[in-house]
Design a protein around this ligand. Structure first.
Ligand SMILES: *[C@@H]1O[C@H](CO)[C@@H](O)[C@H](O)[C@H]1NC(C)=O
Ligand SMILES: *[C@@H]1O[C@H](CO)[C@@H](O)[C@H](O)[C@H]1NC(C)=O
Ligand SMILES: *[C@@H]1O[C@H](CO)[C@@H](O)[C@H](O)[C@H]1NC(C)=O
Length: 149
């Protein structure tokens, strides 16, 4: 009986932590997968307006509403990941796990139209300083988890 009680308490605790998002289930997308999905496209070196229109929709950023602004990075994984080894700088939220490096990007800015299929974007392609937050993955390697600017 005592064991059963302990087990149900543990289960309750786990469910609470999951609910608070303090424990990340190992299934589904990791923060880093999410970062890559939303911000990385190594298949091109720059994008124009129609690239933004297509890519924003394809990556699911026009489903519930048209996302206002999104940046796509056009570099390979090793170039992007290597920025995590640059010195740490403060992120906008005050944490100190951000890092800066110069990357080829396309910034997509919402200009009008309606979700989910008709959001219109204006593209600005450039090589600019990008700030990314990095965290250690389960293999203890620093990987990007968030685009900070
Ligand atoms: C780059 O890394 C992401 C996230 O780990 C992965 O999904 C993607 O397949 C990788 N791309 C290449 C070309 O290895
Ligand atoms: C990644 O891109 C950089 C810069 O464009 C290049 O020097 C490097 O060889 C590439 N690495 C891989 C693994 O493709
Ligand atoms: C790391 O920082 C240096 C100095 O700011 C910069 O030149 C370099 O491009 C950065 N590294 C990467 C991988 O971007």
């Amino acid at each position: 009986m005592a064991l059963q009680k302990t087990l149900s308490l543990l289960l309750l605790l786990l469910l609470t932590l999951l609910g608070l998002g303090l424990v990340q289930p190992s299934y589904g997308k990791s923060m880093s997968d999410q970062f890559y999905w939303q911000h990385v496209d190594s298949s091109v070196t720059r994008g124009d307006d129609s690239y933004c229109n297509d890519r924003m929709q394809k990556q699911g950023m026009t489903t519930d509403s048209c996302k206002q602004l999104n940046t796509f990075i056009h570099e390979n994984n090793s170039t992007i990941n290597s920025i995590c080894n640059n010195r740490s700088i403060p992120c906008k939220n005050g944490r100190k796990n951000c890092h800066k490096g110069s990357l080829r990007v396309t910034d997509c800015l919402y200009t009008g139209g309606f979700h989910p299929n008709n959001c219109k974007y204006s593209a600005t392609a450039s090589t600019r300083d990008v700030t990314i937050a990095c965290e250690r993955n389960p293999q203890n390697v620093l990987v990007p988890v968030h685009l900070d600017g």
